[in-house]
Design a protein around this ligand. Structure first.
Ligand SMILES: [Zn+2]
Ligand SMILES: [Zn+2]
Ligand SMILES: [Zn+2]
Length: 501
């Protein structure tokens, strides 16, 4: 009876899901016993409340919101998602009208009326979210509030792991998009939650995939830019495209309408008649005319006008920004589980700004560079450096200061390395870089200057330890070279830790 056995197992699995859950239903009109909705919650402990103000809510397993007044429902959802203790709770929305608007802020929606069984089915799927919470180490006391929110976002994504965090179009956002869920949590102006997501992506905790590219004003950061064609000389917007003639004989170039005279073409400069195109005259490609300065040109310039702050700039100066949908990474899962944000972040900075090579590619280039330098006696130097953040009170809030910190770091590293240098990352703190056409002495001085700048900007809280070797005078292959540098760096780290201790 193979079939029978299989069937029994299935039943057992279903039974294991029938746990009694504490559910709070937010509703203005308390539902009476016998109500179809209430029957859907049978088997669970249901409490009805008219608002979310009460402390016991932190203890419930699920939240449900019955939409009676749309405005009130939205604000209830926003309040739930702005509370660190409620943010993660599986959330069900029930209502009689289109529930599209609640999708991004809730896990399941039920369009009423439905049979009680459908409600209990949805509760089962909420259960699979709640089950993942068991993995989380709940001690977040060492983190500041922003970091706790970051962990909440990671936990949200890891408990709803098939979900992307997707942006919604919204013209009231400074970048034209918003992530409603995060905006409520971080409590920022619409669109600013994206800054936070970018930091999480740079630290490798989430990964984004672009869904749109936008341009923003370099002055105020808003996306409301009017792109318009202007005169390349005086930037006037009063430009027109007109049929244009070039009279060979006297070299006059002018608008066709100025040549026209009783169905003939007479040159307004020399007053000769134009008969044959290609013989007497032609039509130049410069057929734009500026009404303001009279310039005749072929391609108008594209100018940007910020409709918010009236800044005028050329299109190359517009700031490009990718709007992405995000998914959690393996590191993100780990951070969610352990409630711990990695120190890193450095590597993300470099990968984006310094064009890091993949390690395998770097290794190949290094091999070639060693050969080249040995054969032609050219000077290139390999540096293994490790960026260390010394733990002080000032640096404890690393992720929140990260934005300004990151800006300074990038500047310092861009000052130090040229784009002909070849770099890769070997760990969240360690990088390898080949300074081409640089001997050991110059490379050493460059790194010392880098440390001086770090010291100036970060008052000794960030230091860069390094070991370096000029390639042409090294005897051995790249494996040996890399191992030796690693060993020399390790020695320095030991010394540094002793000093710190
Ligand atoms: Zn602007
Ligand atoms: Zn002009
Ligand atoms: Zn002429």
């Amino acid at each position: 009876m193979g079939f029978g056995r299989g069937f029994r197992i299935k039943v057992l699995q279903t039974v294991s899901f029938l746990k009694t859950m504490r559910i709070c239903l937010i509703t203005d009109t308390a539902l009476k016993q016998g109500d179809e909705i209430l029957q859907g919650f049978t088997g669970h402990s249901l409490q009805q409340e008219s608002s979310i103000g009460k402390a016991f809510l932190y203890e419930v397993d699920y939240m449900a919101v019955l939409v009676e007044d749309e405005g009130k429902a939205v604000s209830t959802l926003k309040r739930i998602k702005s509370d660190l203790n409620l943010f993660l709770k599986p959330l069900l929305v029930l209502g009689y009208k289109n529930l599209e608007a609640y999708k991004s802020l809730s896990d399941e929606q039920i369009l009423l009326p439905v049979k009680a069984s459908e409600i209990s089915n949805k509760l089962d799927s909420l259960n699979s979210i709640a089950e993942k919470f068991q993995d989380f180490n709940n001690n977040l006391e060492d983190l500041n509030e922003d970091q706790q929110k970051d962990i909440c976002v990671l936990r949200y994504l890891s408990s709803r792991d098939e979900d992307f965090l997707s942006p919604e179009r919204n013209t009231r956002s400074k970048v034209g998009y918003t992530y409603p869920l995060l905006r409520s949590l971080y409590d920022v102006a619409m669109g600013e939650e994206i800054d936070r997501l970018e930091i999480l992506e740079e630290t490798g905790l989430i990964r984004g995939s672009p869904i749109d590219n936008i341009h923003t004003c370099p002055e105020c950061g808003l996306y409301n830019i009017n792109f318009r064609e202007v005169c390349p000389d005086c930037q006037s917007i009063k430009i027109n495209q007109e049929n244009t003639l070039h009279h060979f004989r006297c070299a006059y170039v002018g608008k066709e309408k100025d040549f026209a005279s009783d169905h003939k073409l007479i040159c307004p400069k020399c007053l000769k008649r134009l008969n044959h195109i290609g013989v007497d005259y032609d039509r130049p490609t410069e057929n734009f005319w500026c009404d303001s300065c009279g310039l005749n040109f072929s391609e108008p310039q594209v100018s940007c006008f910020c409709l918010n702050c009236t800044n005028i700039f050329i299109s190359e100066e517009a700031v490009h920004k990718s709007i992405k949908e995000y998914k959690i990474t393996r590191n993100g899962y780990r951070a969610a589980k352990e409630g711990f944000l990695t120190e890193s972040g450095w590597v993300g900075v470099f990968r984006k700004e310094l064009n890091l090579y993949r390690y395998e590619v770097f290794e190949e280039i290094l091999k070639l560079e060693i050969n080249r330098c040995t054969r032609y006696k050219s000077h290139s130097t390999l540096i293994h450096f490790s960026l260390r953040k010394l733990e002080t009170e000032k640096t404890a809030n690393q992720l929140s200061d990260y934005k300004s910190l990151r800006h300074d770091l990038i500047r310092i590293f861009q000052d130090t390395f040229r784009n002909t240098d070849i770099a890769t990352d070997v760990s969240p703190t360690d990088n390898l870089v080949v300074l081409t056409h640089t001997d050991q002495g110059s490379a050493n001085r460059a790194m010392e200057r880098l440390n001086e700048k770090l010291n100036l900007s970060f008052k000794g809280t960030i230091i860069c330890l390094f070991a370096l070797q000029e390639l042409s005078v090294f005897e051995g292959d790249h494996h040996l070279l890399l191992n030796q540098l690693q060993a020399r760096l390790d020695e320095k780290l030991v010394v540094e830790e002793k000093v710190e201790g």
